[in-house]
Design a protein around this ligand. Structure first.
Ligand code: ZN
Length: 458
């Protein structure tokens, strides 16, 4: 009998637990997952199908691929610098700007490759990035370099075209030579959207527009970018309510708290998401819920910089979309979404009580929450017809011994092993047996170390 296989097929056999993250949050034991091309075709016990590749998954807990909603990949090259280890946000920024102003297109590509590889290795299948640094010496094309890195590694990517237009000469925080004029910024936003933005289902690349923060761009640029994003139907992203210094700055320069200021420049709604959202009052939390404005929760970075803890429980109760994020690599300093999920579980218990963040709510944030923040309904859950983005964790080892009564929660509660056993993006295996398939890890690390040394020496 002739057998014609129309597209690549993959059968994940006898998965120990599939945490679907569907609307009922079904958890299925000992089932098979059948993947046809880029989509999930079936989830059921003992499927009788023949696939191009069959993998025994009896030791695996299977989750939808994790979603990272905020990053600054270029910062991989300035992780952990002694001069900024103990600085709070504004001092930390001022210190780093002096080094970051030497960034080159090659350095952006190298840093993105390293950070995105780390994300894939911890089960992340979709990542955003907020690139706002465009030194005059680096030319245009920096967003292009990180898109190239994402394509090569095979991660689903949501780059955002960031910007800084208000340098020190105009009362802003960054040096003037890493700021661009508003004409240049808007022109390049249009260019990258037209070149790379793919709005179709299963899209591997979607652009957003992302001025850096209220203290590094002008109100005019905020208004122009919101109009431009709506013209193209792309999302808007920025930092907001990260520190009290930012709140003071907004009160002093605009006479408003950060969120009312953003609303005054048309930056609120279900096409907007903010990183952090720590210093929000009760009315502002309700406003975010009512308008379905998203929040990227970055607990490790917020703790590392001593910024505070976002009111995630309250935001979820108000109906706001909330996702998880590792934030930039100079304030975390890891692109490890598994660690971030554990941190989110722990800090919310301090903020809002021990029952405020159960493990299963954290998994929701890391999958469906992140998908909602990025405006996607084709990822974030394991259901027939959804994109085949999966993170598989082997729970058979020492790290989870004694914890098998609840292997899904064990991934967050136990002293886990940090790597996904397998990561699948759009039906393609990109991490297998805890090793990166689409890149050479040792070479990526070596190249990143050399690029970092060069950047810091400048
Ligand atoms: Zn950030």
């Amino acid at each position: 009998m002739a057998c014609l296989i129309m597209s690549t097929t993959l059968l994940l056999k006898n998965c120990r637990l599939v945490a679907t993250q569907n609307d009922r949050r079904d958890e299925l034991r000992n089932v098979d997952v059948y993947i046809e091309g880029a989509r999930i075709a079936a989830i059921a016990p003992q499927l009788s199908v023949s696939a191009g590749e069959t993998i025994d998954c009896q030791h695996a807990v299977v989750l939808p691929g994790l979603v990272n909603t905020h990053h600054h990949l270029f910062q991989v090259l300035t992780r952990n610098l002694p001069g900024a280890q103990d600085a709070k946000l504004f001092d930390w920024l001022i210190y780093h700007y002096e080094i970051w102003r030497g960034i080159t297109p090659d350095a952006v590509y190298t840093a993105a490759t390293c950070g995105l590889a780390e994300l894939l290795l911890t089960g992340c299948t979709t990542s955003s990035d907020h690139h706002y640094l465009f030194p005059r010496t680096a030319g245009s094309g920096l967003i292009d370099e990180e898109i190239r890195a994402a394509r090569e590694l095979g991660i689903r990517f949501h780059p955002t075209r960031g910007s800084m237009s208000r340098g020190r000469a105009h009362g802003g925080l960054p040096p003037d030579d890493v700021c661009q004029t508003e004409d240049v910024i808007l022109r390049d936003c249009r260019r990258v959207i037209e070149a790379y933005h793919d709005p179709r289902p299963f899209s591997m690349c979607r652009l957003s527009i992302a001025p850096c923060s209220p203290f590094s761009v002008t109100p005019e640029l905020m208004k122009e970018t919101s109009a431009l994003a709506r013209q193209y139907g792309v999302q808007l992203h920025t930092h907001l309510c990260e520190t009290l210094d930012e709140e003071d700055y907004c009160l002093r320069t605009c006479g408003m708290r950060p969120l009312p200021y953003m609303e005054s420049v048309a930056w609120i709604g279900d096409d907007v998401w903010y990183a952090h959202g720590i210093y929000l009052d009760g009315a502002e939390i309700a406003r975010l819920g009512h308008t379905h404005t998203g929040i990227a929760h970055c607990p490790s970075s917020n703790l590392r910089l001593g910024s505070g803890i976002a009111p995630v429980r309250a935001l979820l109760d108000a109906g706001a979309p909330v996702g998880l994020a590792v934030d930039g690599s100079a304030s975390n300093d890891a692109s490890n979404l598994l660690l971030e999920a554990r941190m989110a579980m722990l800090v919310q218990r301090v903020k809002a009580g021990v029952a405020a963040m159960p493990a299963r709510d954290v998994w929701w944030l890391a999958t469906r929450g992140g998908a909602a923040v990025l405006g996607r309904d084709d990822i974030g859950s394991l259901e027939i017809g959804k994109a085949a983005d999966l993170a598989l964790f082997d729970v058979s080892g020492l790290a989870y011994a004694g914890a098998q009564s609840d292997p899904l929660a064990a991934l967050l509660f136990c002293g886990f092993d940090q790597r996904a056993w397998m990561t699948i993006v759009n039906g393609r295996i990109v991490v297998k047996e805890k090793q990166l398939v689409t890149g050479d890890e040792a070479l990526i690390a070596e190249t990143a170390n050399a690029a970092a040394a060069q950047l810091i020496a400048q």
